[in-house]
Design a protein around this ligand. Sequence first.
Ligand code: PLP
Length: 375
Amino acid sequence: MKDIQMVDLSTQYLKIKPAIDDAINSVFQSSTFIGGVEVESFSSELASYLNTTHVIPCANGTDALQIALMALDLKSGDEVITPSFTYIATTEVIALLGLTPVFVEVDPSTFCISPEAIENAITSRTKAIVPVHLFGQAADLNAIMSIANKHNLFVIEDNAQAIGSDFHLNDGSVQKTGTLGHIGCTSFFPSKNLGCYGDGGALYTNDAKLAKKIKMIANHGQEKKYVHDIVGCNSRLDAIQAAILRIKLRQLDNYIDARRAVAAAYDNAFAQIPGVEIPFRNVYSKHVFHQYTLKLTLYDRAALQAHLKDAGIPTMIYYPIAAHRQNMFSHFKLNDINLPISDELCSQVLSLPIHTELDEEQLSYIIENFKSFFK
Ligand SMILES: *Cc1c(COP(=O)(O)O)cnc(C)c1O
């Protein structure tokens, strides 16, 4: 049996090697390493996959979130509502820009930001909400968009873990996650569901004015070369990564199916174990399983991790410390905020290996060893 890894990018590469190698070679031959046809083609192919009008590529997912916030013309001290149970990048960029992160609770079953908690946190300084579609499952955008519309707030979707997921709106229509808020943000970090072979990211929007502003910000605040109207940054997806992503975008739906098949097998095997909660699946979105994350309510998580490690099975804790407890935010004086659900999740969650190349033999081996801990 092949070694079990959290992600297996090398086996995945070998399956598409000829196409990837050709694509990289053609970039070398053209010597257009920044911008050019690969970046343009990828942007328009991703826009068409997502059924959105504007895709603006950038250097990574954290930059995408930063640029999105920069595009909203917020003032220092304006409040941005964000879940505390998320990857740090979501919340870090808020503080980096001199805005105030307002950490709120997540739903204990979906792990995504709670609409009620958002509503309770709104003040006269609130300007934006950043929901995170955590582990590949969408936050409740029906509720979130209606709160945002009522209070005139921007919504920036952190879609880094859920690209390709479908969202079912109350009106019966279906759209890709990331295209329902004002701006969607994605990361192409190698282990993401659509990953490149380095760093990469993108923003998407249906709003032409925002798209123009985002494009300028990502390119030193210029529209015309050497004419800089606003303060921006330098954030680009390079041509080699774009060429790789064009190949991998064609596989994205297959990759999602493979992840969902692994999740279904795990669900089936673990659903009946008392004290082990399999991932909840909401009715309004398609879970694309960036992570397969269990909640352990009765067991010693460290002991289970050690048991699996002894069998050569890696596991991860996403995330061990909630954002509002991180020292980087200590100047916001968060001592009196109380987010017991987020804290409890940090102590209970465990993510198992899930990726596009996990084979039957590996899957059975993981399931068997997982179950043997509970005998
Ligand atoms: C990966 C990730 C990011 C950041 O993406 P990078 O490309 O690593 O900068 C942001 N938010 C979430 C939820 C992520 O999973």
